[in-house]
Ligand binder design. Structure first.
Ligand SMILES: NC(=O)c1ccc[n+]([C@@H]2O[C@H](COP(=O)([O-])OP(=O)(O)OC[C@H]3O[C@@H](n4cnc5c(N)ncnc54)[C@H](O)[C@@H]3O)[C@@H](O)[C@H]2O)c1
Length: 469
């Protein structure tokens, strides 16, 4: 009806047109606005998608030097490089070590260490560390009869396992028994540093294996009788034997002896100190059951034989300073034993004595297990007035040693103190052997026998004196 009416009424017609236009405008405005909204929405969605992609991309890449690198590739490359560097380092250190260990080239001497002991503890181990650095040496093998023997040592200590790995990398054989080595076809030096009680048996094995020279740690054997037997065996096989008396080459001793030789009727007083504490003594006594004179004072006794011509046969007087401050004998519980079967061990913790020879030569010795790190020699004139005191280590060296001991408390302190002397002795023996000569100033087994005789004599004299004091 309305539509019919509009067809006929112009007012109605124009109103319809206006309404139509307005509606059209509204519709087109809405359409425009809708498109814009849609576009905005699309743009927002696009931006969100982009942002998500960027985040995902960033998670996959690493920016290096302003450039993107895919993380996976970087990791693969990084691991590869690390692996390559590690292998390179391992190989190069292996080669370096191999050179230092198995150094079987012209002009080197084969050396076998018998009785290595634990790193930082055993004398054999310390010799090994020095031998590995010596250019004229080919470390042929290491024999460790205790730590590699399952019957007496169930678990190999970790420090020894690590040593075995590094020896293996260096091409150095490491065995429990010298009989596992093939007989020596080249000139070979055996350095024996087992416990004193084990050394005679180890010595015989080395001779039978074909050693040409033996460097035997002092005192060589627990008794004069055994050392005499060893000397006889060595002579039948033409094996030269030296004993590692490092004080024979120590500069403070050399200087004191040199000065004393210039002074008429001089007297030298040797004082040898160890830095053990009172609490260490049970372990020290148990580890060195040969006793203080054969284990510690033996160094000074070897000096008396070598430089002062003192032997048991020429002693006129052996005077013990029995005051407790100078000589003391103690009995301690033996580590490793317990109730109800405790064991005890007796030894001197310190001793002091004077020897006068039939020719009137006088020399005195004091030794103290707990006296500290400094040892010395005092040269006195005919009226027993001090001329000069030679200390070792000197103040600077003592300070350096103290620092080294603090930095590495597990290391036996005497390795730091006597390092140069140990090296000097080995150099003399090895260089002389390579040159086909006798090593100068190094104690022979004959000197060792005389020193051991003095130790047996001195132990008996000190015991007698302390008993009657
Ligand atoms: N020249 C010096 O200044 C000096 C210093 C220290 C020792 N030494 C000498 O070196 C030699 C070795 O002395 P060390 O102090 O290295 O001895 P150590 O006991 O530390 O080791 C020596 C050997 O003893 C064996 N051993 C270790 N524990 C043992 C145990 N519980 N029971 C039985 N055997 C065991 C091992 O085979 C080892 O190789 C001795 O002859 C000693 O007199 C010399």
């Amino acid at each position: 009806m309305a539509a019919f009416r509009s067809k006929r009424n112009p007012f109605f017609a124009s109103r319809y047109i206006i309404i139509f236009i307005i509606l059209g405008a509204i519709i087109s405005a809405d359409a425009i606005l809708g498109r814009k909204k849609k576009k905005k929405k699309q743009e927002a969605e696009f931006a969100a998608q982009k942002a998500a992609e960027e985040t995902a991309r960033k998670e996959k890449v690493i920016v290096l030097g302003g450039k993107d690198f895919e993380k996976k590739s970087v990791y693969v490359l990084g691991c590869g490089t690390f692996l390559a560097l590690s292998v390179g380092f391992f190989l190069s250190s292996g080669i370096k070590k191999k050179k230092r260990g198995n150094n079987d080239v012209d002009g080197t001497l084969d050396v076998v260490i018998v009785g290595c002991g634990l790193p930082k503890k055993g004398m054999g181990w310390y010799h090994l560390t020095q031998l590995l650095e010596m250019k004229q040496v080919n470390v042929r093998a290491v024999v460790e009869p205790f730590y590699l023997n399952k019957k007496v040592c169930k678990d190999i200590p970790n420090s020894f396992k690590e040593l075995m790995v590094s020896l293996h990398e260096s091409g150095v054989e490491c065995v429990a028994d010298i009989n596992k080595l093939v007989p020596f076809s080249k000139a070979t030096l055996c350095l024996i540093a087992g416990r004193t009680s084990d050394n005679p048996a180890l010595f015989r094995q080395c001779v039978h294996k074909g050693a040409s020279v033996i460097y035997l740690e002092k005192p060589g054997a627990p008794s004069v009788r055994e050392l005499n037997d060893m000397k006889a065996l060595a002579e039948t096989q033409s094996v030269k034997t030296y004993i590692g008396y490092n004080k024979n080459v120590t500069p403070y001793v050399q200087k004191a002896i040199e000065l004393s030789q210039k002074v008429d009727n001089s007297h030298v007083f040797f004082c040898h100190n160890n830095s053990y504490s009172q609490a260490d003594l049970p372990e020290v006594f148990a580890r060195n059951p040969e006793g203080m004179l054969k284990n510690m004072v033996i160094h000074e006794l070897a000096l008396l034989v070598t430089f002062f011509g003192v032997t048991v046969d020429v002693i006129e007087k052996f005077e013990v300073n029995t005051r407790k401050l100078f000589s003391e004998k103690i009995t301690t519980w033996k580590p490793g034993t317990s109730m109800p079967n405790p064991e005890y061990i007796t030894d001197f913790s310190r001793v002091a004595f004077l020897i006068k020879t039939k020719k009137g030569r006088e020399v005195s010795v004091m030794a103290d297990r707990c006296g500290g790190n400094v040892s010395f020699a005092v040269v006195k004139d005919a009226k027993r007035r001090e001329i000069k005191k030679f200390e070792f280590p000197d103040t600077d060296t003592a300070r350096r040693v103290e620092e080294q001991v603090r930095a590495d408390p597990e290391m036996m302190p005497y390795f730091f103190i006597q390092s140069d002397d140990y090296l000097e002795l080995k150099n003399r023996v090895i260089n002389a052997t390579l040159a086909g000569k006798d090593a100068e100033g190094v104690a022979t087994i004959s000197i060792g026998i005389e020193a051991l005789k003095l130790a047996e004599y001195g132990t008996a004299e000190i015991n007698k004196a302390l008993k009657s004091s």
